[in-house]
Design a protein around this ligand. Structure first.
Ligand SMILES: [Zn+2]
Length: 308
């Protein structure tokens, strides 16, 4: 065989194995990912149907304080990577350093969105008690000890992803979501577009009022190469947006230069395969105030002590 042909064949093999085409179509979609990315066929994959009734209460898990997400980055951009819309955090991101919330110090790297094909269809990745939502926001953090997301991405303790469902039903436009749509339409409408963001803002602006209830399990990236490196935190309360905003997201972005609408960019659920889902103890709410289980236990001790 001619030497040049050997080189050409080797190069093609490398290209095929390192960057095989994947998308959400019938031809290259989720059911085919495992052909080129074998980990996608492994046993601890994401997303899953998060069934609250099988979740175990973990008394060692802290509640999530929304102040964690207040700090805006010092530099960020928005990108259309051909599979979704991504806010890349390029400096000054917040860290989560609480071993009762995550088993490692986690640094925000990016957040991105998955969604349906119209305001009336469903495109979240996780399900909650069998229910799918319009979309899902994923905040991706890496384990600080690995230094960067690229090094952490295939380590078993490499990533922590926080997920929030997105649902249609807000009576007027959600202004924070409008800000995202405006930025995305101006700088990330077409595949491989990317634009720096001048007016920096925090992830907290997107979040729903309630962060008390969440579910934790060990899973994977929901896109190839599907590394099983993710400590997942899926929140119960969704982010509500207006139906017009859902329609914009579902119809006005493209995977390429304008012929292929970006939609249905979600992976269907996969089996739990014996993995454990945990959840922190529930808050007991009285009116507007919240009482933690620790405080309730202290009060009970006092009351019992009084009568003994
Ligand atoms: Zn995602």
């Amino acid at each position: 065989m001619d030497f040049k042909i050997v080189i050409t064949v080797l190069c093609c093999v490398v290209v095929l194995t390192e960057g095989a085409t994947w998308d959400y179509s019938a031809e290259h979609g989720p059911s085919k990912w495992g052909d080129d990315y074998p980990t996608c066929n492994a046993n601890s994959q994401s997303p899953i149907d998060v069934v609250g009734s099988v979740a175990e209460i973990d008394h060692d898990l802290d509640l999530v304080d929304r102040r964690l997400f207040w700090n805006p980055p010092t530099a960020m951009s928005i990108a259309n990577n051909g599979h979704g819309l991504v806010f890349n955090i390029e400096g000054g991101a917040y860290e989560i350093n609480n071993d009762k919330l995550l088993p490692f110090t986690a640094v925000l790297a990016q957040y991105h969105f998955h969604w349906a094909s119209s305001k009336t269809t469903k495109g979240s990745e996780h399900l909650l008690n069998g229910t799918q939502f319009f979309g899902e926001l994923h905040a991706v953090h890496f384990n600080k000890k690995y230094g960067d997301i690229g090094t952490a991405i295939d380590k078993s303790d490499g990533l922590a992803v926080f997920g929030w469902f997105i649902e249609v039903g807000y009576p007027q436009p959600n202004l924070d979501f409008s800000n995202f749509l405006t930025l995305a339409l101006s700088g990330a409408k077409y595949g491989q577009n990317s634009t720096s963001i001048a007016s920096l803002f925090s992830l907290e602006t997107f979040l729903p009022p309630g962060l008390d209830v969440y579910y934790r399990y060990q899973g994977s990236l929901t896109t190839p190469p599907c590394h099983e490196s993710v400590t997942w935190t899926v929140f119960q309360d969704p982010i509500y947006i207006h139906e017009d905003q859902a329609e914009i997201l579902a119809t006005m972005f493209y995977e390429d230069d304008g012929s292929k609408v970006m939609k249905n960019n979600y992976r269907p659920i996969l089996p739990l395969n014996g993995r454990k889902i945990t959840t922190p103890p529930r808050l007991v709410r009285s009116g507007a105030s919240a009482v933690s289980p620790t405080i309730i236990a202290s009060l009970l001790t006092c009351i019992i002590g009084y009568f003994m």
